[in-house]
Design a protein around this ligand. Structure first.
Ligand code: GLV
Ligand code: MN
Ligand code: MN
Length: 424
């Protein structure tokens, strides 16, 4: 499976992958998934929101859903998303090779636009499915070329007027277990189980000044939006440090973008996360205050727009503990160091870090990364398995997991599916 997936969507310029939803590489990944389902005799279902499901129709009752996503951030790693899809298919292969049949249906999901790299809102497919975003708002989200989500999905056979919650589909799902590469630096065993996702969100800052000539405009005459923008970036970092969270400005747009032109407008996207909602709100408020002050000094207006916010997710405790017991194995000696405030786990802050597991249970740890499982958790019991990432690097080409750890992930997911779908 990896041999087929790895060449798709490689970004030659910056390394890693660029698989934005409904662009050719992501469509190729979807075609790959459909083909994998077909080869295994799994029934394909495409929902109204662009999500795909491959069903092993067996037994009866609420299904056990697994899977993840195939889209990527710009310059993303190979594992973020695809590891969960590949592992799910590999787990099904193992169960079948054992001659085992489930008592409940098992599904493999591929959720659309998980990264929000094209239309700006992460987990868009699962948010639509579960009713966590207004369909009218989703339809009007625009990509970098100004094309709306509605226009783009219409070109790919979806009805933009029909997007939104799918109660029938949700009603058929008993639980969701997403396997994912760990993205922080806190998992020191091959496989862990998620306890929580810290609150996080995205805000757009628009700095509007006046375009002018770089050589002839005296400093005193300028209204340069780059200056309050620069102040805002530093304020976000200071705010994150002060409130125990993390803040990132990873995307900007400068208009007109000429070396010898004072910009007329700078747009910047702030990603802020923290141990609780108040910390995140304070980081954003500090950033805005500093931006507005600097804006006033430089004749630049500053507007802030919240593009998304996700409150803390505490995964279903019973399911999480059940997974930790199933994954089991002797506890890793070094898995019990609590995360320092704002450090391990990517800004996990005060939430408990990975705790020393009881004998025979896997490490349980929070994460600073968002996931479809966090969105599904509002509607169905959900849980996550994490596969060790030796460096912790993610959303970057160097993201890596060792083959043995990936195989341990498949073994863990196989055991979990067997337990959950083996139940009447
Ligand atoms: C998704 O990977 C996110 O945490 O931004
Ligand atoms: Mn990601
Ligand atoms: Mn992911």
């Amino acid at each position: 499976m990896w041999a087929e997936l790895l060449p798709i969507g490689r970004d030659a310029a910056i390394g890693g992958y660029r698989r934005f939803s409904w662009t050719p590489p992501e469509l190729e990944c979807r075609a790959w998934f459909r083909d994998q389902a077909r080869r295994r005799g799994l029934r394909l279902e495409a929902d109204r929101n662009g999500n795909l499901f491959a069903w092993w129709d067996a037994g009866s009752g609420p299904a056990v859903l697994t899977g993840s996503h195939l889209d990527s951030v710009p310059g993303g790693g190979a594992f973020d998303g695809p590891l969960g899809v590949v592992s799910a298919l590999a787990a099904i292969d193992r169960l079948r090779a054992e001659g085992w049949t489930p008592r409940r249906p098992i599904g493999v999901a591929v959720f659309a636009e998980e990264e929000g790299a094209r239309f700006g809102v992460a987990c868009l497919g699962s948010r639509l499915l579960t009713g966590a975003i207004d369909p009218a708002r989703a339809r009007s989200l625009r990509d970098g070329d100004g094309r709306t989500f509605g226009e783009v999905i219409a070109e790919h056979g979806l009805d933009p007027e029909a997007i939104g919650p799918e109660e029938d589909l949700l009603g058929r799902i008993g639980c969701f277990v997403e396997l994912h590469i760990e993205q922080g630096r806190a998992l020191h065993a091959p496989v862990g189980v998620a306890s929580a996702i810290i609150p996080h969100g995205r805000w757009r800052l628009d700095f509007t000044g006046r375009g002018d000539h770089a050589g002839t405009t005296r400093l005193a005459d300028r209204r340069d939006p780059m200056l309050p923008f620069a102040r805002a970036v530093l304020a976000a970092r200071d705010g994150a440090a002060a409130h125990g969270g993390v803040a990132t400005v990873g995307k900007t747009a400068v208009v007109p973008g000429g070396v010898n032109a004072i910009p007329s407008r700078v747009t910047a996207w702030l990603d802020a996360r923290g141990p609780d909602e108040e910390a995140v709100r304070r980081i954003v408020a500090d950033t805005l205050q500093a931006a507005r002050r600097a804006g006033a000094d430089h004749g630049v207006s500053v507007e802030l727009t919240e593009e998304s916010f996700t409150a803390v997710v505490d995964f279903d405790r019973a399911l999480r503990d059940r997974l930790a017991r199933i994954v089991g194995g002797p506890p890793a000696a070094d898995a019990g160091t609590p995360a320092p405030r704002g450090a391990a786990g990517g800004g996990a802050g005060d939430r408990p870090g990975p705790h020393a597991p009881d004998a025979g249970t896997a490490p349980i740890l929070p994460t600073g990364a968002g996931h479809d499982a966090g969105v599904l958790a509002a509607r169905v019991p959900s849980a996550m398995l994490f596969v060790r990432n030796p460096t912790g690097v993610s959303h970057a080409p160097a993201e890596h997991a060792e083959p043995d750890d990936c195989l341990a992930g498949v073994a863990a997911l196989t055991a979990v599916l067997k337990d959950l779908a083996g139940e009447e």
